[in-house]
Design a protein around this ligand. Structure first.
Ligand SMILES: Cc1cc2nc3c(=O)[nH]c(=O)nc-3n(C[C@H](O)[C@H](O)[C@H](O)COP(=O)(O)OP(=O)(O)OC[C@H]3O[C@@H](n4cnc5c(N)ncnc54)[C@H](O)[C@@H]3O)c2cc1C
Length: 388
């Protein structure tokens, strides 16, 4: 078993301290639709920056922290211990962007995102294209020196905070007809409007509206990479974000096991702490065992990426990590609610909040079914030895 280096432990300790500072604000956020007072939220964002917990995935030459993949996992794991999306202030701008951005795009969007003065959102999913992102109906057509963008995007996370969107569409006309392309769209921009803002299961300040893009005109300088590159970026992002979802699920499970264990020791029923009842012990034992398995897997996946594992193998391993850790965290949350009894059904209780919040980890960045399809496909192509 590898040990964490001193540098790893330092990064982890800073992130843990910050997560512990955020936790006291959870119930206030829960009771206020996920929002905190603007000055409190700004203070938290500033503190995350000051502690070096933002842009951990961006190379130092672009102003980021340039942490190893394992260290990024350690940071996000601590963020995962906090409910209500409060740890989202430990933001990670798109890590694939530095390699493809033009000098203009770096200055205009990437560097401000790294500094925390710009916020991005992703407008990719549509009503009829979610799991199958290749099936998008949104279009981009060249018009002189510009492109005209049209489409309706669903679940655009953080749109209410964002200063620009990545808009993915199918090209109409030209040499790359039918292929995908991605564009920067500043927010607000003429032709971009919110269709509606549905309520979701979790209580966080970041909304996920349905957003219409109608004849949105952007200069050709807003094209990310080249025409036809759109899906490449989606795949790069999925690989990173799936591992980070897995990392946050580890943190959530750790917090749940700790909180449920403490409660079980203190709660007296029938003259004894419930922790002494073997049926309760069984729930805690299963949870800690699954957490151990998931953590071992996620850390190994991160280390393999740092050691330069083949990209396709990394893709499959990130899918395995996301699949297992998200499903593990769901089971741990369910057991934690049970250990807390009636208190576990109260919104002021951490287990109740995680029980709702963790559900989406099995849906976004590719559902559990999609992860299984990817893993099985890689198993068939590369064989068992390459994957595990
Ligand atoms: C809270 C939230 C935030 C989100 N944020 C964003 C965002 O910021 N930007 C963005 O672009 N998108 C975002 N999404 C979209 C998210 O990525 C999709 O919801 C997800 O990929 C699933 O797509 P879908 O909802 O269309 O489900 P569908 O694709 O309609 O799937 C329905 C069911 O069919 C199953 N299924 C589909 N294909 C297969 C298959 N091949 N084999 C077996 N089963 C299959 C699925 O697993 C699922 O159970 C967000 C979603 C949520 C809920």
């Amino acid at each position: 078993m590898h040990r964490l280096t001193e540098a790893d432990r330092e990064v982890q300790a800073v992130a843990r301290t910050f997560a512990d500072e955020l936790i006291p604000y959870e119930v206030e956020a829960e009771m206020a639709d996920g929002d905190l007072a603007a000055e409190v939220a700004e203070r938290q964002r500033a503190r995350a920056r000051e502690l070096g917990l933002t842009a951990t995935n961006i190379p130092t030459e672009y102003g980021g922290r340039g942490l190893t993949t394992l260290q990024q996992v350690l940071v996000q794991e601590q963020g995962g211990r906090v409910t209500n999306g409060l740890a989202w202030c430990m933001s990670t701008p798109p890590g694939w962007l530095p390699a493809v951005a033009t000098p203009y795009q770096r200055e205009r969007w990437l560097e401000p995102s790294v500094r925390g003065t710009a916020v991005e959102c992703y407008a990719i999913t549509e009503e009829l294209a979610g799991s199958d992102v290749a099936d998008l109906a949104a279009t981009a057509r060249r018009d002189g020196d510009d492109y005209l963008l049209d489409g309706e995007k669903w679940h655009v996370t953080s749109y209410n905070e964002a200063t620009y969107a990545f808009f993915q569409a199918r090209l109409v006309g030209g040499d790359h007809e039918g292929e995908h392309a991605m564009f920067f769209v500043d927010l607000p921009s003429p032709g971009v409007r919110v269709v509606r803002t549905p309520a979701y299961t979790h209580t966080i300040g970041h909304q996920h509206p349905i957003v219409a893009f109608e004849r949105v005109r952007v200069p050709a300088s807003h094209l990310v990479g080249a025409e036809g590159d759109g899906m490449t970026f989606a795949h790069e992002w999925f690989r990173f974000e799936r591992l980070m979802v897995a990392a946050r699920c580890l943190g959530a499970a750790e917090r749940l096991v700790e909180e449920a264990s403490t409660f079980a020791e203190q709660r007296i029923v029938g003259g004894r702490p419930v922790a002494e009842y073997q049926l309760v012990q069984g729930m805690l034992a299963d949870s800690v065992t699954e957490l151990f398995a998931a953590r071992t897997m996620v850390y190994a996946t991160a280390r393999a990426i740092d050691d330069g594992v083949d990209r396709k193998v990394a893709h499959a391993q990130c899918s395995m990590a996301k699949l297992y850790a998200s499903e593990m965290a769901g089971r741990v949350a369910d057991r934690a609610v049970q250990v807390f009894g009636g208190r576990g059904y109260m919104r002021e209780n951490v287990a109740e909040r995680f029980y709702r919040e963790l559900r989406v980890e099995r849906i976004w960045e590719g559902t559990s079914e999609v992860q299984r399809v990817i893993i099985a496909g890689q198993l068939a192509k590369r064989g068992l030895r390459a994957l595990v």
